[in-house]
Design a protein around this ligand. Structure first.
Ligand code: ARG
Length: 452
């Protein structure tokens, strides 16, 4: 193993199995640029506090900047033998600037470093995810406007219920996704970037020296942080190193995004079956079968449905990991990163592929229209018709229930029933008025409670 950030107290070599078991660099290397940025701020704090002179601070900042450039040019190699990304950067810095690097860890601990970099990672990833959600919403709105006139059977319990506009149905998903955006935005805004916890008890540096208008300090390649943010001293160092609420909240919010995408995927899977045939998923977004030559499968949608399980697993994993931890930092908390990164990565790939799939969907208006011939879809409208004729709702409901049952039992459609037959159910039922109500457009237009 490469040089550790600890070891003075130990006389024995660490067992290689322990090194392998405890290291996190295989995933926390994703925090590299955020950790570097944190180190640059820390250098300036150390300078303000008198632990570094200007020349030393500049040299360290230069070294950290060089490391970021190496990382950006993709020649960044994670040393598999380093314990974690914080150790890796420290060791690399020492190679670049010599023993001056040994001063960098003054008044700080990986316990606060890891929170700092994870929070910045989250701020950035939230911004990117919001961007992907925005793109999906805009293709959904395009799909809605291209199919604005289509009416579909609405379902409850997966049974025909009442006709509804396809645009309203699809807009549900746009609304779910905008609530997701707000939720993520809200969490992002509450993510306070604080420093000065040390390992847990605070540091000898005065709180005021930690106040940094980070936005102003960001130069060149360090401008990768999208949002302006300020750094403050912590008001409770014990909380700073113990808190993983933000990870849980974010993985929770991402789980909800995954739920919404899964429901949309499920609707499209059902609608694209031969039995429904409401919609055609473009070939570019389908896959075939190795055995059955005719198959055009919705594997993309099925994976979106399936991945929601991963997201929930990630949420349960971080919740369970935290629930029994005494204050303050415990190594268990290292295990928050894989579920966090994985949740962001899955959701963003789902959003991207779904954006392409939605943009190319084609609705089959003729097939949908066939389904609208089912007269049971208009039964509720017939009840309202009788209510308008002063029949109490409960009685009207029973009358129309009997009419529908008669139609099913005798295999005769309502519109083909003779005028005289209607009298058997109610003398208020006038055939030519009723037939006009068996119409999808009349049905949707009669719903006045929806603000349009
Ligand atoms: N890799 C660790 C993590 O992700 C960093 C903190 C290690 N701190 C310690 N005291 N061992 O949580």
């Amino acid at each position: 193993m490469a040089k550790k950030l600890w070891g003075g107290r130990f006389s024995k070599k660490t067992d290689p199995l322990v090194e392998e078991f405890t290291k996190s660099i295989q995933y926390d290397h994703k925090l590299a640029k955020y950790d570097l940025l944190g180190s640059i701020f820390h250098v300036r704090v150390l300078e303000k506090a008198g632990y570094l002179n200007k020349g030393e601070a500049d040299k360290l900042e230069q070294g950290l900047g060089d490391i970021l450039r190496i990382l950006k040019n993709k020649s960044f190699q994670v040393g598999a033998s380093d314990e974690d990304i914080h150790t890796y950067i420290q060791n690399l810095l020492q190679k670049k600037v010599g023993d001056l690097a040994l001063k960098l860890h003054t008044a700080r601990s990986r316990n606060d470093q890891v929170v700092f970099s994870t929070k910045l990672y989250c701020k950035n990833a939230i911004r990117d995810t919001k961007g992907c959600i925005g793109e999906l919403i805009s293709v959904l709105l395009g799909l809605i406007s291209r199919n604005a006139g289509i009416i579909i059977p609405g379902f409850t319990h997966m049974q025909h219920a009442q006709p509804v506009y396809l645009k309203d149905y699809l807009f549900v998903y746009a609304q779910m996704l905008s609530r997701d955006t707000e939720r993520l935005e809200n969490i992002g805004q509450r993510l306070k970037i604080t420093m000065g916890a040390g390992a847990l008890a605070g540091t000898p540096i005065e709180a005021g020296k930690y106040a940094i208008e980070a936005g102003k300090l960001l130069k060149g390649e360090f401008k990768f942080i999208g949002e302006r943010f300020d750094i403050e001293a912590t008001v409770n160092s014990l909380d700073l190193v113990s808190d993983r609420d933000f990870v849980i909240e974010i993985v929770g919010a991402l789980s909800l995004v995954a739920t919404h995408l899964s429901r949309l995927a499920e609707d499209l899977i059902i609608w694209s079956t031969k039995e429904f045939d409401f919609v055609e998923v473009d070939e570019a977004f389908c896959t075939g079968s190795s055995l059955m030559p005719q198959k055009k499968n919705s594997d993309v949608l099925e994976l979106i449905r399936g991945y929601s399980g991963r997201l929930y697993g990630n949420l349960v994993s971080v919740l369970t990991m935290m629930k029994g931890l005494p204050l303050t930092y415990n190594r268990d908390m290292q295990l928050d990163k894989e579920p966090l990164f994985n949740s962001f990565e899955i959701v963003s790939s789902e959003l991207k592929v779904l954006t392409g799939l939605i943009a190319t969907l084609k609705f089959n208006a003729a097939k949908i229209e066939e389904q609208l011939k089912d007269e049971s879809l208009y039964a509720t409208d017939l009840v309202y018709y009788l209510v308008d004729k002063k029949i109490p709702f409960k009685n009207a409901h029973t009358i129309i229930g009997k009419l529908v049952k008669y139609s099913i039992d005798n295999d005769i459609s309502i519109k083909d029933m003779p005028e005289s037959l209607f009298r058997k159910f109610s003398d208020k039922l006038i055939k030519k008025e009723i037939v006009k109500l068996l119409d999808p457009l009349v049905s949707v237009k009669s719903k006045k409670s929806i603000k349009r």
